[in-house]
Design a binder for this molecule. Structure first.
Ligand code: UTP
Length: 290
């Protein structure tokens, strides 16, 4: 079984749900507490043993490349002022030379198309996909849990979580064949089923391990829901030929591509921070008291 060494991070979307903030700042660089959403995602990928990150970018997203590069003036100033902790934190995020590639999706034709744009850099090996607007708060991290499951069952895997039965029509939902602990053998997926028609309450969370045979399927695939080339359509076809498992990960996810999700992430992660938790709690409680 080939190891999962590379991860694709599609960051070319327009982020219309968090406008106008995302008009000139890529939504993936919006802050959660005091660092960009993307910083949490890259940390999660590295923890899972990922050696190479492939960003699928688009127009207006150049700040993402800059974020993962030296800022000479800033670093010099932090050094001169003796702000060594912040300097170390900023440098710790920098990639090793050659650890990151950037490929351009010239038009945002959908998530499936974005992943397909990474095909030449991924090559003929299994790879991870992390939706860079979903933060998973978990220990071990969401992708690490999925990579560990891949070590047991191989094939293709997706992270899932339980949602309330009344909420299935907001998510992609897994159609299960059988379940063994946190691992569910899949027979299909259904996009946003009404509660009475939902085959389960397991929703797709935004972490995937896929085999490279997905690429030719995406290449020949037409537009699906919303007029976009959907990753789920490609996965559904790959499922006819290869095994897919869903892993019910242990942790909590925050959809930071959505206004309330972004707010929840900020509050929840600030409350958990040893250096900020008490002050954050006092601020939130004061607001709630009115
Ligand atoms: P989303 O659907 O959440 O992103 O896709 P979006 O299209 O930017 O958001 P809204 O709906 O307009 O608010 C999940 C991820 O896939 C990327 C996005 O950047 C996002 O991180 N994506 C989506 C692409 O890279 N290319 C696409 O064509 C579509």
């Amino acid at each position: 079984m080939k190891a999962v060494r590379k991860a694709v991070l599609p960051v070319a979307g327009l982020g219309t749900r968090v406008l106008p903030g995302s008009k000139t700042t890529p939504k993936e660089l919006l802050n959660v507490v005091d660092r960009p959403i993307l910083s949490y995602i890259v940390e999660e990928a590295r923890e899972a043993g990922i050696e190479h990150l492939v960003f699928v970018t688009g127009r207006g997203k150049a700040a993402i490349e800059d974020y993962f590069d030296h800022h000479i003036e800033l670093e010099a100033q932090l050094e001169a002022k003796g702000k060594t902790e912040m300097l170390a934190a900023i440098r710790a995020e920098l990639p090793r030379p050659g650890e990151m590639s950037f490929v351009r999706q010239m038009r945002p034709l959908g998530l499936g198309h974005a992943v397909w744009c990474a095909r030449d850099i991924v090559g003929d090996e299994p790879f991870a996909v992390l939706l860079p607007d979903v933060i998973i708060d978990a220990a071990p991290g969401g992708l690490k849990q999925l990579v560990d499951a891949y070590g047991k069952v191989g094939g293709n895997l997706i992270s899932v979580e339980e949602v309330a039965p009344s909420e299935t029509d907001k998510y992609g939902i897994v159609d299960p064949l059988s379940r063994d602990g946190d691992l569910v053998k899949m027979k299909g997926m259904v996009e946003k089923p009404k509660p009475e028609a939902a085959p389960s309450t397991l929703s797709i969370t935004g972490r995937y391990i896929l085999q490279p045979e997905i690429f030719p399927l995406l290449a020949e695939q037409g537009r699906g829901a919303g007029g976009e080339i959907q990753l789920t359509d490609g996965m559904a076809r790959l499922m006819e030929r290869q095994d897919f498992h869903a892993q019910v990960y242990a942790g909590v996810s925050y959809d930071c591509g959505d206004k309330i999700g972004l707010l929840r992430a900020n509050v929840a992660l600030a409350l958990k921070r040893p250096d900020l938790g008490d002050a954050a709690r006092a601020a939130v409680e004061a607001l709630l008291r009115g």
